[in-house]
Design a protein around this ligand. Structure first.
Ligand code: PHE
Length: 358
């Protein structure tokens, strides 16, 4: 065995020549400092410290190997070993303090992966019922060739009233009473304001729907809000008839609400002639009469009618050449009926106890 520190190896008497034991001790010091420095946690640090300085550690090992050397050499090597042990110990102590400190403030510790820990519960979310039903309705109308049209929520009185055949002195303006802004604009009171805007942009024939928010001067209660959603529909072509309106709207309430029985009643809206309201049999009492349908057995869902010739004139479309029908669904009402919600305010409070039920 010729590793230079073999048991009983006689060391040369030449004191200038570095003893292999001394150089081995130097090597231990170097390795020990490197390894202690690299320790990432307390148990790793402890383990490395014992490896070099413990009872059966590398330094003690050396002391066991030098029994055959001269007393002077033994003393020399022994004291060098003790000195190195002290150095390593100081380094170990400092590193230990550093790791304890890091542990306190949560700095890098060895990452432990525990595969038995149960997974974190992730709440499932879904679309708001208004958005969900709106998307359903948009799909339904798209399948019949309707495109989406848009208009501003803050509207001129021209598009909100005048162009819809409601002049400024007409009592019908009271029906759509709203907040007037100081600059004369209005938060639109209905999506019908998109009608003339669309007719100005598109040349017939066309079919559009215009979903969006509307505003009115209302005291808030279970069935009224100052802000709500509507969906306008407008179909303009050469030969559009009342029967087209009836067919499409009956299909709509069947599709969206599963309505079985419907009826049309005459109604007045200045921008249609004739004007109608589409009712469905009350979904709450099955037509027998209840508080919600005010004992009539019917619920009004879609106001509608044939586009008034004056509206076409405002839009510079010739009423002798084209005809059209329009409707304006109270969209929140459709959602309430679909999900059996009896208070409109629930749809806008953002209350998760309510919304998570859909
Ligand atoms: N805009 C009307 C309203 O808000 C509804 C409507 C739209 C009626 C289109 C007829 C045609 O009350």
């Amino acid at each position: 065995m010729n590793n230079g520190i073999g048991v009983g190896a006689k060391q040369g008497a030449d004191s200038n020549q570095q003893s292999p034991f001394l150089s081995k001790i130097g090597e231990i010091l170097e390795n020990a400092l490197d390894e202690l420095k690299a320790a990432r946690d307390l148990s790793g640090l402890e383990n490395r410290f014992k490896f070099f300085c413990g009872k059966k550690g590398k330094l003690t090992e050396i002391l066991h190997l030098i029994y055959s050397l001269s007393p002077e050499e033994k003393k020399n090597i022994g004291s060098k070993a003790n000195e190195v042990k002290k150095q390593i110990k100081v380094f170990y102590q400092n590193k230990k303090n550093e790791l304890l400190e890091a542990g306190k403030i949560g700095l890098p510790k060895k990452h432990k992966l525990d595969l038995t820990v149960p997974g974190a519960y992730i709440e499932k979310f879904h679309k708001h019922p208004i958005t969900a039903v709106l998307e359903e309705a948009v799909d339904f109308f798209s399948s019949m060739g309707f495109e989406i049209a848009e208009g501003p929520e803050i509207e001129t009185t021209y598009y909100n009233f005048d162009a819809l055949n409601i002049p400024s002195n007409h009592p019908a303006r009271d029906v759509w009473d709203t907040f007037y802004l100081l600059n004369g604009l209005v938060p639109r009171t209905h999506t019908s304001s998109v009608q003339v805007r669309t007719m100005e942009k598109k040349s017939p024939p066309f079919r559009v729907i215009a979903p969006g928010r509307c505003y009115r001067y209302e005291a808030v209660d279970a069935t009224h809000l100052f802000m709500f959603n509507q969906m306008e529909g407008l179909f303009v072509d050469k030969n559009v008839r009342l029967t087209d309106l009836k067919g499409i709207l009956e299909e709509t309430v069947k599709y969206l609400l599963g309505a079985k029985k419907t009826r049309f009643r005459p109604a007045f809206y200045p921008f249609v002639e004739p004007g109608l309201d589409l009712d469905i049999e009350c979904v709450f009492c099955g037509g027998r009469g209840c508080g919600i349908c005010k004992n009539t057995g019917w619920i009004e869902v879609i106001p509608c009618g044939m586009v008034h010739p004056n509206v076409f004139k405002y839009a510079k479309i010739d009423p002798n050449e084209y005809r059209g029908f329009a409707f304006g669904m109270g969209f929140d009402r459709i959602v309430m009926l679909k999900y059996n919600i009896n208070d409109l305010r629930f749809l806008y409070q953002g209350n998760l106890d309510v919304l998570s039920q859909f």
